[in-house]
Design a protein around this ligand. Structure first.
Ligand code: GDP
Ligand code: IMO
Ligand code: MG
Length: 422
């Protein structure tokens, strides 16, 4: 057995949570490999909606073990709140949730610095969860990790040293009064007690599981175009949602990954700032937002909506090595008389051969559209590919061809049963 990576192929919110929940029926272990509580992964079971931020979306199946890898940045208060909400809903995580001892902790000063930097000139439109500042400390080798919770004296020393520096920065640069050191030390010493039982040597655990023939699904958060290296920099998140991040974020070697599933929304959305060539700033965009209920699962912000961008998905296919695709939210396109699909970009009258890495260029491109006929039928009760209207099939074939993808799963609604394999 080997591991499968599941990635968001656009700007996040493609429906990863729903597809992880469906697929986790066939996996023993689901592991998150990057990001933090900036993610909001929705799973609907019966009439109940669950939104997972840090805990893998496999947690709703009681025979699945869930792992938070070293690549994830963990806000302990968000984690404990999530565990509490799950337990209130009758989902017990004990004995089947593990956290890597190498994962970094989000501290109150990370959240504060996130909001301060968003009040400056360059507004990324972050989720405000402290993600960027926490990864900055990780790479500056000043981060506090889960393993640090195990040595109380050392933990206190590290928090005090970090706060000394952060408080100077807050006071001298940002004219902020600074944070209270003692209360933060107290809170994090408390978290230690609550989190202790979940801590695990994750690389050893996951590799042993693979050696025993167990299957592992690696759940990405965010999306390819939000990747720190491959996304629309600087309007990105601070981690590696692309498939490469799955190895560094868990300790599973590339030789043990045998497939990469790309989650692709049947149109495009983006939350936060940054270029979005196929964005629809008109009634059609409003219609997509309304029918698709496109509001952030973490922040509640309205998502920007636009046509499907095959040039973008082809790029995503390339950098992730996507081997199969789940198309989501196809039902949302019912009732559009005509549907546009972007098949390339033009810049200064020339067609681009590759996806632009300059944000200025990407902001200036003109999408090249092909107009397709829409369909009127409600497809949300379709149970197989054959049941889809002819125009819907044409749409799927067209986007698959122009994106260079193979569609294996189709989702026509938020519920488990509104999904079928092609
Ligand atoms: P994620 O971050 O990639 O897990 O996606 P989100 O949960 O943030 O956003 C996806 C939203 O679309 C959620 O509200 C899902 O319940 C919903 N959803 C998922 N698949 C479908 C689908 O096929 N059709 C419709 N109408 N909604 C879907
Ligand atoms: P899931 O996993 C969509 C966006 C933010 C912002 C940028 C940086 O649910 O798909 P950050 O707080 O990470 O520093 O914000 O990234 N963003 C997401 N957009 N879905 C997400 O997660 C996102 N997580 C972060 O809106 O533009
Ligand atoms: Mg989401």
């Amino acid at each position: 057995m080997s591991a499968t990576v599941l990635v968001g192929s656009q700007w996040g919110d493609e429906g990863k949570g729903k597809i992880v929940d469906i697929l986790s029926e066939k996996y023993k272990i689901v592991a998150r490999y990057q990001g933090g509580a900036n993610a909001g992964h929705t799973v609907i079971i019966g009439d109940k909606q669950h939104i997972l931020h840090l805990i893998p979306s496999g947690i709703l199946r009681d025979d699945v073990i869930c792992v938070i890898g070293n690549g994830v940045v963990i806000d302990p208060s968000a984690l404990l709140e999530e565990i509490e909400i799950l337990e209130k809903n009758g989902i017990n995580v004990e004995g089947r949730l593990y956290i890597s001892h190498n994962a970094h902790l989000i501290m109150p000063y990370h959240k504060l610095l996130d909001s301060i930097s968003e009040s400056g000139e360059q507004k990324i439109g972050t989720t405000g969860r402290g993600i960027g500042p926490c990864y900055i400390d990780k790479f500056a080798r000043k981060g506090i990790r889960i393993v640090d919770l195990l040595d109380r004296a050392e933990l206190e020393k590290k928090i005090r040293a970090n706060l000394k520096e952060k408080n100077e920065l807050l006071k001298k640069v940002y004219e902020h009064e600074g944070l209270d050191v003692d209360s933060i030390v107290k809170d994090y010493l408390e978290f230690d007690k609550a989190i202790d039982k979940y801590i695990k040597d994750v690389p050893a655990f996951l590799n042993q599981a693979l050696n025993e023939g167990k299957s592992i699904l690696l759940e990405g958060a965010q999306g390819t175009l939000l990747d720190i290296d491959h996304g629309t920099y600087p309007f990105v998140t601070s981690s590696s949602p692309t498939s490469g991040g799955a190895c560094t974020g868990t300790g599973i070697p590339p030789t043990k990954i045998d497939s990469v599933i790309g989650i692709v929304k049947a149109y495009t959305t983006r939350v936060g700032n940054g270029p979005f060539p196929t964005e629809l700033l008109n009634e059609e965009g409003e219609k997509l937002r309304k029918i698709g209920a496109e509001f952030g699962a973490t922040t509640g912000r309205p998502r920007r909506c636009g046509w499907y961008d095959a040039f973008l998905v082809a790029y995503s296919q390339m950098v992730n090595g996507i081997t199969s695709v789940a198309i989501t939210k196809l039902d949302v396109l019912s009732g559009f008389e005509k549907i546009n699909v972007c098949i390339g970009y033009e810049l200064n009258g020339k067609r681009l051969k590759s996806y632009p890495s300059s944000v200025d260029q990407l902001s200036s491109v003109t999408p090249i559209y092909e107009e397709l006929d829409g369909w009127d039928e409600d497809i949300s009760n379709c149970l197989s590919y054959d049941e889809l209207p002819a125009k819907t099939k044409e749409y799927l074939e067209f986007i698959a061809k122009h994106s260079g993808i193979k569609i294996d799963i189709i989702s026509v609604g938020p519920k488990r049963k509104q999904t079928f394999f092609v």
